[in-house]
Write a protein that binds this ligand. Sequence first.
Ligand SMILES: Cc1cc2nc3c(=O)[nH]c(=O)nc-3n(C[C@H](O)[C@H](O)[C@H](O)COP(=O)(O)OP(=O)(O)OC[C@H]3O[C@@H](n4cnc5c(N)ncnc54)[C@H](O)[C@@H]3O)c2cc1C
Length: 416
Amino acid sequence: MSNKSFMMTHNAQDVIVVGGGPVGSFAAWNLAKRGIEATVFEEHAAIGVPSHCAGHLSIRSLKNLGLYPLPGKIVENTFSAANFYSSMGTRFSVRLAQSVTAAVNRTLFDQYLAEKAETAGAHYRLNTRVQSLLIDDGFVKGVNLAEGDGAEEKAYAKLVVDAEGISSRLLKQAGLSALNLGGLVYAVETEVENVQDVEPDAVEVYVGKTFAPGFYAWLIPRLDGTAKVGLAAKNRNPRECLQRLMRKHPVASKQLAKAKITQTAFHSISLGGPIPKTYSNGFLAVGDAASQVKPTTGGGVVFGLTCAEIAAEVATEAIQRNDVSSDFLRFYQQRCVDALSFDSSVMLRTRRFLDSLSDEKLDEALRFCARLGLGKTLGSVDEIDFQGQAFLKLLTKPAMFAALGYFLLLYFSANP
Ligand SMILES: Cc1cc2nc3c(=O)[nH]c(=O)nc-3n(C[C@H](O)[C@H](O)[C@H](O)COP(=O)(O)OP(=O)(O)OC[C@H]3O[C@@H](n4cnc5c(N)ncnc54)[C@H](O)[C@@H]3O)c2cc1C
């Protein structure tokens, strides 16, 4: 992928995509497949770098998006189990009948999507930052660009797809509300060597306010003894929280006693659910830019890719009809709501519930789940992204019903 893979023309092209993350590239790929001329502007000199993400994704969702199996070394490991630990060290394990998640190398994954988009006909301009939108007569008509060498330029398009991630600097200019800062957690993602006492096919999750207030910490092992270890927390320095977890958590401190951190990245995650409006005249917001992220786990790749595909379909139709007005583009939001809103609202409520529990209550809940044999009941789960639907399916099982009753009791005792 070259720095300047095409000559910039000043005639309006079909679509400009802001950001060459997974969501921007998947949108560009889906647009190009439909014969739409799309150009992706990416501010970094290379796609997928720097990476800030654990890349833990549901295999079923990737298959539904036509993205699994993935080639080469993109998939680092697959998982059929998860161990949840309270701050006191109580463990609740879920072992599934088959591998349901994969850890992908985010740099390679992003590059794969960009290559697919480029092969389908999309153009890429790296090292090129979108500074602001060009707006004329109430319609977004293009973008102001700044290149790595400081040169400035304008680029025009019939439609701009904003996939710039959590920075989401363009929303306001497009007349949309910015991300809800109250829903942000601050995260650290590390690469670690010398991890001990972990099962190679299980993801480790550490919950509780003592170590990760407002979110949780994770350890995602690779087969070679290295792991991705991360933590996010609300209103707290994630680096300090991670150091504390590594030193003091009853289980993590043992697993990470000899660990050596080889890479560290910091980034925020938006847990507040999608922004209220994701479109305006000539403009669509997608992915992290629109907070299309699971409020329970902070996973945004599958939700973002799902909405990117919808955005490409609606944008294609808008361009073919020569109607990029918000009146037509509202179908994008409607279809995203149909695809995500049930699961997103179940997860939002679950996140609020988890946030409301003290560490003692969480510990009690994990003990209860283990006693009830809920790990076995959850064994048939094959979906981690659309958690509302997965939850509904499980409600037919007696143990799950008992657990629901227990959690409701817990909820009301934690929220009198
Ligand atoms: C620590 C951490 C762990 C995570 N783990 C997971 C996980 O395990 N599973 C999961 O599903 N999700 C995870 N996520 C969330 C996931 O990383 C995001 O949801 C996902 O990257 C969103 O993709 P995106 O393309 O919308 O945004 P991004 O991946 O952020 O891509 C945006 C791109 O736009 C570019 N850009 C930004 N502004 C401009 C501009 N003005 N001009 C040009 N280019 C611009 C950026 O350089 C970037 O390349 C994690 C997040 C964090 C912080």
